[in-house]
Design a protein around this ligand. Structure first.
Ligand code: ATP
Ligand code: MG
Length: 145
């Protein structure tokens, strides 16, 4: 099932992320739930992640993991790993950050920005979110499947 959501500001994208958090919560599994966020620089992937975390009732600061590659958040139901693979170019680099260990963690949600940089190493996603925009206004199209 695929759905299209159009947002016209940051808060609407956060609300879309919150909505996805509710759907994630309905998945009955203990294994790590995988979310791929695709879209160019500044599309709104980190903004959407803020929404997911808000939906999990996380109230503190959420920052872009660009420099650390992964940020970890403890929420009521899940431990959330937010990855930014922008600077990853070889599978060995994912091994080095201990990707296997993260993915093995029970009751967790792993969110990936730039998932294509982990192709061949990452498992397939439970939800794929493609965010597109025309580069000039605040309109974003979110294709969630
Ligand atoms: N409708 C919208 N949805 C999301 N963000 C929007 C929207 N309109 C404007 N923005 C702005 O666009 C920017 C999106 O930045 P964000 O860090 O979420 O992008 P990103 O996809 O994570 O980029 P990067 O690949 O660099 O990590 C923010 O500054 C946000 O305020
Ligand atoms: Mg980002």
């Amino acid at each position: 099932m695929t759905r299209l959501t159009v947002t016209s500001n940051e808060n609407e994208t956060i609300a879309a992320g919150e909505q996805l958090a509710q759907e994630i919560s309905k998945i009955k599994t203990d294994r790590s739930i995988i979310i791929f966020l695709e879209g160019e620089l500044g599309a709104g992937k980190t903004t959407f992640t803020k929404g997911i975390l808000k939906g999990f009732n996380y109230k503190e600061l959420v920052k872009s993991p660009t420099y650390n590659i992964v940020e970890i958040y403890e929420t009521d139901k899940y431990r959330v790993f937010h990855f930014d693979l922008y600077r990853i170019s070889e599978p060995i680099e994912l091994e080095e950050i201990g990707i296997e260990e993260y993915l093995k963690e029970l009751k967790s949600v792993s969110i990936f920005e730039w998932p294509n940089n982990g192709k061949g190493t990452l498992p397939s996603a439970d939800f794929n979110v493609q965010i597109s925009y025309n580069g000039k206004d605040d309109i974003r199209e979110l294709l969630i499947s």
